[in-house]
Design a protein around this ligand. Sequence first.
Ligand code: ADP
Ligand code: MG
Length: 236
Amino acid sequence: KTIPESVKIENLKSQYESIDVNNISKFSELPLSQQTMKGLKESKYFKLTDIQRESILLALRGNDILGAAQTGSGKTLAFLIPILEYLYCEQWSRMDGVGALVITPTRELAYQIFETLRKVGKYHDFSAGLIIGGKDLKFERKRMDQCNIIICTPGRLLQHMDENPLLDCSSMKILVLDEADRCLDMGFKETMNSIIANLPPKRQTLLFSATQTKSVQDLARLSLKDPSYVSVNEMT
Ligand code: ADP
Ligand code: MG
């Protein structure tokens, strides 16, 4: 006898509030879909890093997050898992359009995130797109409307928003600003502000940054609502 997906979803969501992250160390101890768990196992991810333990459950509960974490701390899964779980719990389908948008400073980082998503999200049925330039704008444009999860660099996304009235982010529910400090250092402040102004205000936002400069705080004020602060100690 198979359990209906809706019953599995309710069962997972009913555990979000009660779990105490201080008592867990493994992905298998989190209330995650079978699809995500299978993707994690196959990719050989078992134990949570600090930033993952501190932020995944808060994100599953729907909080905005301002996360301070260094390069190499495992931020990618800290935001990809909440995205996959949100779309799964909403029973998001390919027809439902863009549900999540990840903005990261460079093409290389975007590509790495995309690859991790492909592996960990393998058993879900969501479509993902990489919007990083270098490809034909028309080609990206056609594909974009069919994407549920978009990984992009700031400049290229804004270019699409400006030139493509068909780019519809109105259904977007989760925004991730990855390496926000680097985006700002690279001169994307205005670009990020314009993108954020173009997105639905009713959304969840996860902002990660290695450093907490004044300009990161400005961006956080502009993009986050009542965020939970998550800070991971530097390894010494
Ligand atoms: P960041 O974005 O914070 O720089 P990444 O998400 O790119 O960090 O992760 C850094 C490295 O650690 C990657 O090689 C990734 O595969 C690995 N990694 C991330 N999370 C885990 C985990 N829970 N267990 C084992 N390795 C992990
Ligand atoms: Mg990263």
